[in-house]
Design a protein around this ligand. Structure first.
Ligand SMILES: Nc1ncnc2c1ncn2[C@@H]1O[C@H](COP(=O)(O)OP(=O)(O)OP(=O)(O)O)[C@@H](O)[C@H]1O
Length: 262
């Protein structure tokens, strides 16, 4: 976890597309939660998806992960059509996701949680651990713990971590295996200003080959950790641009920033 590429210079280290959505629609009865979404995210790209409540952000994530099958359209992950693939097949191809709810083992330590996540995605998980394999997984777990700035809490049980530290740990779990694209669902929700700064530093410090899409209501966080922004409104894409373009866009300000949604 030593390679760090600042957001904004990522396109130079990666090629190809991580994600291509073409005309993706998801209906719930008569309601189009998302409608005709066409979106391309390059490998290594860091994209924020913004929009007011009910804009369709989470539905978009659920379609990408395979939690929902879209009603229409196609989804390609690293060039492959995964539209009808189950979630685990997408995970095998390097897709990860964090949730707004915690999925941690509260009674276990930080190190145990990350170790189990590493073991869960390692090839030898169904065999008895050989010492060397175990050592490698422990070393990998320690790398991930350092990547999310939790090395001083390595042996503390999750129940004794602050809320912000628990969110940091969830990022470490998402990094287990070989993720190439991570979907972060409101990682800054409920964090203190100090914890938000920590989160920004962690996201900015992720290895350059790992792209991500972040849903975030906190504009300050979103615009600092993303190189591109997609604004959603009423289930459709309303605007795309750089953080600067979005921040200065008159329509965005009127629709989103000015009405207290941020
Ligand atoms: N499982 C579901 N069944 C029926 N309607 C749903 C379902 N999931 C989402 N919706 C509806 O689809 C629309 C988009 O919801 P979605 O949760 O994707 O928005 P969002 O942008 O993530 O909102 P928020 O910021 O509040 O999480 C909303 O009108 C919502 O009520």
């Amino acid at each position: 976890m030593t390679e760090t590429v600042p957001a904004g210079r990522l396109s130079s280290v990666s090629s190809g597309n991580a994600l291509e959505l073409r005309g993706v629609t998801k209906m719930f009865g008569a309601l189009a939660a998302i409608s005709d979404i066409t979106l391309t995210v390059r490998s290594g790209e860091r994209r924020a998806v913004l929009g007011s409540n009910g804009a369709g952000k989470t539905t978009l994530f659920n379609c990408v992960t395979g939690d929902f099958l879209p009603t229409g359209g196609t989804i390609r992950l690293f060039g492959e059509d995964v539209t009808r693939f189950p979630a685990y097949e997408r995970i095998r191809r390097g897709l990860r996701r964090t949730y707004q709810i915690s999925l941690l083992f509260n009674g276990l330590t930080v190190a145990d949680n990350v170790y189990l996540a590493c073991r869960g995605v390692s090839r030898g998980r169904f065999s008895f651990l050989r010492p060397r394999e175990s050592d490698a997984l422990i070393a990998r777990a320690d790398e991930l713990i350092a990547a999310v700035h939790l090395q001083d809490w390595r042996d503390i049980s999750v129940a004794n971590l602050s809320y912000g530290q628990q969110r940091q740990l969830e990022i470490a779990l998402a990094l287990a295996g070989a993720p190439r694209l991570i979907l972060f669902d409101e990682p800054a929700a409920g964090l203190s200003p100090t914890e938000r700064s920590e989160l920004i530093a962690i996201l900015q410090g992720l290895p350059g080959h790992i792209g991500y899409i972040i849903i975030e209501h906190d504009m300050d966080v979103a615009l600092r950790v993303a190189e591109s922004v997609t604004m959603m409104h009423n289930g459709t894409i309303f605007k795309e641009g750089t953080p600067e373009e979005i921040e200065n866009d008159q329509e965005v300000q009127e629709l989103y920033l000015g009405d207290g949604h941020a």
